[in-house]
Design a protein around this ligand. Structure first.
Ligand code: ASP
Length: 321
């Protein structure tokens, strides 16, 4: 029987409502979850890393989690790891783990949209599916996998796309990697171009700014004047900003701020054929970095890791080509 370590971190999957509580909070213990899971299939060992809502996580906490998972994967008796996590920032944790871990053993992350004391608690079904996926050796070749509502998603692609639905995760633009159907795991494709950033520390001073129609530059100015190390701009479409943003982006780059352009579309590569002011060609000329196919929050995680490890601009650029 494969040995799977379930590392718990909190989130709705571990929440329950108590008589004296104002609302549901992470309180479910590993023993409670284990008692509810069907027996057989895998030898499960639960270990607690934290018991937090994922809105209380920071990338520094997540880098610690990555170290913990790496150490767990090195244990020869361990065949795979499942992480239970809040859904709110699950996609960022999944991607940070994917960039920092290097193992051929399966690493799966899951959560739930309903508290354990609610009707329709989805935590057990998601956890059972995640264990099934983590017990499938081939999954080790996919990097970190998000398992939710019977679907498998690549860490770089998964996004929380619904505030309430139990089908809360999707891979916009690409679709899932596969599905869990009862006992079976169906794999449809493999993510290509996965990256590894061997990182010991993270640069925390990285801002994300989302462009909106007619957006003025106050937020951008604030970040520049604060001296942030990195800035991610969720630009329009395939990489476009309003003309009045260009001088400020130029100044940021002159001040040696790493500027990364992502798209607010949340899927797809960057590039266009336009010749007007503020389009892709202008951004390219400025020397910004491009985060192809990454959402803004994931581009920020990548920049935090890349700035934490790169010893110069060319190494930093290497992570974004
Ligand atoms: N508040 C929860 C969290 O920790 C939401 C969830 O898990 O669905 O992210």
């Amino acid at each position: 029987m494969p040995q799977i370590i379930v590392i718990t971190t909190g989130g709705t999957i571990a929440t329950r409502r108590g008589p004296n509580l104002a609302g549901a909070v992470p309180a479910l213990k590993s023993e409670d979850v284990r008692a509810m899971l069907p027996r057989g299939g895998a030898d499960l060992l639960f270990e607690e890393f934290a018991n937090l809502p994922s809105s209380h996580f920071t990338p520094v906490t997540t880098l610690d989690l990555s170290r913990r998972v790496a150490a767990t994967l090195e244990r020869p008796e361990v065949d795979g790891v499942v992480i239970t996590h809040g859904t709110d920032t699950l996609e960022e944790t999944a991607y940070l783990l994917d960039l920092t871990l290097r193992s051929s053993k399966p690493v799966v992350i899951t959560g739930a949209m309903r508290a354990a004391t609610s009707l329709g608690y989805d935590g057990l079904a998601n956890l059972a599916a995640a264990v099934r996926v983590a017990s499938t050796p081939l999954v080790g070749e996919l990097g970190v996998v998000v398992v939710f509502d019977e679907e498998l998603h690549a860490a770089a692609e998964a996004q929380k796309i619904h505030t309430q639905s139990r089908a809360a995760f999707a891979s916009p633009g690409t679709g899932p990697l596969g599905r869990v159907e009862g006992e079976r795991v169906w794999l449809a494709r493999q993510p290509i171009g996965r990256q590894h950033i061997p990182c010991q520390r993270i640069e925390e001073l990285v801002d994300l700014i989302r462009l909106t129609q007619g957006a003025d530059v106050r937020l951008l100015r604030h970040s520049i004047e604060d001296g942030v190390a990195g800035l991610v701009i969720e630009s329009f479409g395939g990489g476009r900003v309003p003309p009045w943003w260009l001088p400020h982006l130029t100044e940021a780059i002159q001040r040696r701020t790493a500027v990364v352009i992502a798209s607010r579309c949340g899927a797809g590569g960057l590039g266009d054929e336009y010749g007007y002011v503020g389009a892709y060609h202008d951004l390219r000329r400025l020397g910004v970095l491009f985060a192809h196919n990454l959402s803004g929050p994931k581009a920020r995680i990548k920049l935090m890791l890349a700035l934490g490890t790169a010893r110069g601009l060319s190494e930093l650029r290497g992570f974004f080509t």
